[in-house]
Design a protein around this ligand. Structure first.
Ligand code: 13P
Length: 256
């Protein structure tokens, strides 16, 4: 059975007091009604990792960061290392998010370096892939996603793949309110499993947890999470309120 995961990417939201409040609200909801079928991960901004880590210390919630730099340490002003996020309590890191690809020009090579460094530091990775609207309209979805998976995971062994979760996040669905239909997402998820079989090892694709991300909300979560190849969600906007994030977790409990 693949691990089911509901993850919240807080992006550039929440000051420390706001982050503490949100983490506390969520912790309380989950204490009352602990999810039986899925793991819940929250990914606050770097500045809030330590304080959120304290809040969720004795809970089932796990902590992730949204990025790391690809070198262990050094003269890289403004960057944050794998060891730094670990020391702040993170066990997970999101790598290759489309916002980093777009605004910070991250390419497959830098993403691959970050993934390798994260794994060397015993962090678990949420590796994001996804096509733009233009690419989808040109029928390039599989070429683009296939390429991202191939180059992002270059040199990754089957053993290392156990610590990687893939998030399929079509760029056109992120923050737009326009989610992929369950069928559209399912098709790409199944395709990613085939690519993993071809690139890494026969039958390894069916063992990898693949999340969908892009305008996941309480209203559409059930339909998406009920798909056989969708193992969870990477949630943006709807994770910024404990109520809506919790409803998405509950949708997973219903259909997983
Ligand atoms: P939204 O849920 O706001 O569309 O964001 C998705 C996302 O980018 C999660 O990483």
């Amino acid at each position: 059975m693949r691990k089911k995961i509901i993850a919240g990417n807080w992006k550039m939201h929440k000051t420390n007091p706001e982050a503490i409040r949100l983490a506390e609200q969520l912790r309380k909801k989950l204490e009352k009604n602990p999810p039986q079928k899925s793991k819940v991960i929250i990914c606050p901004p770097f500045t809030a990792l330590s304080v959120v880590s304290e809040v969720i210390k004795y809970s089932s919630l796990e902590l992730g960061a949204q990025n790391i730099f690809w070198e262990e340490e050094g003269a890289y002003t403004g960057e944050i290392s794998a060891k730094m996020i670990k020391s702040a309590g993170a066990r997970w890191v999101i790598i290759g998010h489309s916002e980093r690809r777009k605004y910070f020009k991250e390419d497959e090579n830098t993403i691959n370096k970050k993934i390798r460094l994260a794994l060397q530091n015993k962090l678990k990775v949420i590796f994001c892939v996804g096509e733009t609207l233009e690419e989808r309209e040109q029928n390039l979805t599989k070429d683009i996603v296939g390429n991202q998976v191939e180059w992002g995971l270059k040199g990754i062994t089957p053993a290392e793949l156990k610590n990687i979760v893939i998030a399929y996040e079509p760029v056109w669905a992120i923050g737009t309110g326009k989610n992929a239909t369950p069928e559209q997402a399912e098709e790409v998820h199944a395709f990613i499993r085939d690519i993993l079989d071809a690139l890494i090892e026969d039958n390894v694709g069916e063992t990898v947890t693949i999340l969908y991300g892009g305008s996941v909300k309480p209203e559409n979560a059930e339909g998406l999470l009920a798909q056989p190849d969708i193992d969870g969600a990477l949630v943006g906007g709807a994770c910024l309120k404990a109520d809506s994030f919790y409803k998405i977790i509950q949708a997973g409990e219903k259909v997983f």
